[in-house]
Design a protein around this ligand. Structure first.
Ligand code: UT7
Length: 330
């Protein structure tokens, strides 16, 4: 009997309406469009409204994915949400909020905390359940709103991130689907990208609030170094797992954090630039949403066709990383 693959039968994405351009940011902090474009490739990003939770971004993305999959929410047996910016602190999980919002009453639901690698981690988990026959129809979401955890006075971080959501519906198939995933973590680097206060280790204090310790703090240079290596190592590992040469990939979609990270990694790997997808100029780093958002756009633009081999790779806080090879099935 041939192995069951977790096939993506529907994909959708959503980004909030409000746009912040580099020029807008230059009016808020000491920066310029030229600096942001040359150091990151980002020109603009979308920012959620104050009362718009991450589930509000995820639901429209999920609706599109379910429509394409020709499934109803009640067909879903599991919802796995990659996010590090849940609707509510501590609990409930955003997965449960989404389950209620879309009426997926037959689905178990939980969140995965792997920051910008959240979608790849969630996809890898969902894939196991399909391959071992436990579930048939699984919803995988990657959604984040890091705008709510940014220090809008810190020019080193506030220019990098944007909000968004992406969703994929998975179902078993004998020909198309996720051929392999590879996950990893370098926990010793946890301190390079963190929100220092507001958790159990350091509950938020009045002084912490005044000093913005409840916002993202990053050692950009360390994260950059880690990311370039993570892209190369994880793509190499997952290609080796399925015995595929990088030349066989029709498209490579790395996490959309910084065009310089992508350029460095693909140059070092000797990967052709015209087979690398990038949309970070319009969205910035949307964290766990970045890969499903790019997959959805690339598919709608005709850059991915049925039968194509697509490489995806994520990296982020943790430090986490992960990659996958998908034989595209829609
Ligand atoms: O999903 C993972 C998320 N994280 C990342 O992807 C971050 C990875 N790291 C990076 O992308 C880069 O490290 C950054 C884009 C964050 C920074 O680029 P860099 O080339 O490493 O710059 P730097 O941190 O070394 O800063 C160089 C200078 C500094 O000024 P001085 O000390 O040389 O006077 C910064 O203060 O650039 C300054 N700077 C800025 N200047 C204008 C930092 N941010 C800005 C800014 N506008 N927005």
């Amino acid at each position: 009997m041939s192995k069951l693959l977790a096939n993506i039968i529907g994909i959708g994405s959503y980004i909030p309406e409000k746009v912040f351009t580099n020029q807008d940011l230059a009016r808020m902090v000491d920066t310029t469009d030229e600096w942001i474009v040359s150091r990151t490739g980002i020109k603009e990003r979308h920012i959620a409204e104050i009362n718009q939770g991450v589930s509000d971004l995820a639901v429209p993305a999920i609706t599109k994915a379910l429509t394409q999959a020709k499934l109803s929410a009640e067909d879903l047996e599991l919802i796995v949400v990659g996010t590090c910016s849940p609707d509510y602190p501590v609990f409930p999980s955003t997965g449960c909020v989404i389950q209620d919002r879309i009426g997926a009453k037959n689905a178990a639901a939980f969140d995965v905390s792997a920051a910008c690698s959240g979608f790849i981690y969630a996809l890898s988990i969902a894939t196991q359940y399909i391959e071992n026959g436990t579930y048939k129809n699984i919803l995988v979401v990657g959604a984040d709103e890091l705008s709510k955890s940014l220090n809008w006075q810190d020019r080193g971080t506030c220019v990098l991130f944007g909000d968004g959501a992406g969703a994929a519906v998975l179902a078993p198939d004998k020909t198309y689907g996720v051929l392999a995933t590879h996950l990893g973590a370098v926990g010793s680097g946890w301190k390079h990208l963190l929100v220092p206060e507001g958790g159990t280790k350091q509950p938020l204090t009045k002084a912490g609030l005044e000093n913005k310790k409840n916002t993202i703090q990053m050692n950009g240079k360390e994260v950059f170094r880690f990311a370039v290596k993570a892209v190369e190592d994880s793509l190499g590992a997952v290609l080796a797992k399925c015995n595929i040469k990088k030349e066989a990939l029709a498209l490579f979609i790395p996490h959309q954090a910084n065009i310089r990270i992508i350029d460095h990694a693909v140059k070092h790997m000797g990967f052709p630039k015209d087979k690398v997808y990038a949309n970070l100029d319009r969205y910035g780093n949307t964290s766990a949403a970045s890969i499903p958002l790019a997959l959805d756009e690339a598919h709608r633009e005709g850059r991915i066709k049925k039968g194509d081999l697509v490489g995806v790779c994520g990296f982020g806080a943790g430090l986490t990383y992960g990659a996958g090879i998908i034989k595209w099935g829609i």
